[in-house]
Design a protein around this ligand. Structure first.
Ligand code: PXP
Length: 255
């Protein structure tokens, strides 16, 4: 790798829909938030259509595809129902995530090793429909090698444990988790996979992760939407963009 490309910022708008659904009705509209976010400079919009439709709904997905000018990343569980919706909506990308009904948010990465045989034809179908498949996995060598064997062009590294360590402030754990992410990204890059990362990121953690040369995209939701309460969505995105660019400026290509 000789020249480092800038990092794309994908905004996850699920929690705009969470607020809307708390009252029913149509406001706040996640599609309006997505359009504002595009104006503020995000490179893509991510939305997770969960099995229980707790935030994003089917019509949000269809409207996002129709109305936004940037790539749509459809986060989904690897179920038959979600596959048929994805094949109908035709998003730019599909990020396959594990999903448990009782969890508050996506806990842990997808078990790609254990579900290899089911995932292989599933991914092949999305690939042949021209949807870029990404697998949301733990920063673990076996998971990365399996993603490669499954013909997924992209992996998204789960950054939740690293972000929790930063929150707890235990330096040993922070260093260990950062190193895990670094090694995972390096291996994925060597295997020719595109590397994305996300979950739990804030300004500080996104800036730090941007130093990892293989990372090409960060997908961030909860923090940016939360920060928007205080400084507005536009400013929240501008500050995140600046944090990521500052981290990227310190990144060095691998020798
Ligand atoms: N990437 C993936 C695959 C996710 O499941 C999530 C959470 O929905 C995110 C990124 C964004 O995480 P957060 O909302 O914590 O920024």
């Amino acid at each position: 790798m000789s020249v480092l490309l800038p990092i794309r910022l994908g905004l996850n708008i699920d929690h705009v829909a969470t607020i809307r659904n708390a009252r029913g009705g149509a406001a706040p509209d996640p599609v309006r938030a997505a359009m504002l976010a595009v104006e503020a400079g995000v490179d893509g919009i991510t939305a997770h259509l969960r099995e229980d439709r707790r935030h994003i709904r089917d019509d949000d997905m269809a409207r996002l595809k129709l109305e936004i000018s940037k790539p749509l990343n459809f986060e989904m569980a690897a179920t038959e129902e979600m596959k048929s919706i994805a094949l109908r909506v035709k998003p730019h990308a599909a990020c396959l995530v594990p999903e448990k009904r009782e969890e508050r948010t996506t806990e842990g990465g997808l078990n790609v090793v254990g579900h290899h045989n089911q995932l292989k034809p599933y991914i092949a179908e999305l690939n042949s429909a021209g949807i870029r498949v990404s697998l949301f996995i733990e920063p673990d060598a076996r998971a990365i090698e399996t993603a490669k064997a499954l013909n997924a062009p992209v992996i998204e590294l789960h950054t939740g444990t690293y972000c929790e360590a930063m929150h707890d402030g235990h330096q040993n754990k922070i260093d260990l988790e950062f190193e895990r992410l670094q090694k995972a990204a390096e291996l994925a890059g060597r295997l020719g996979l595109e590397v994305h990362a996300g979950h739990g990121l804030d300004f500080a953690t996104a800036e730090k992760l941007a130093e990892i040369p293989e990372i090409r995209e960060l997908n961030i939701g909860h923090f940016i939407i939360g920060e928007a309460i205080f400084i507005g969505l536009h400013q929240s995105i501008i500050q995140m963009r600046a944090a990521i660019d500052a981290g990227r400026a310190r990144a060095r290509p691998r020798a």
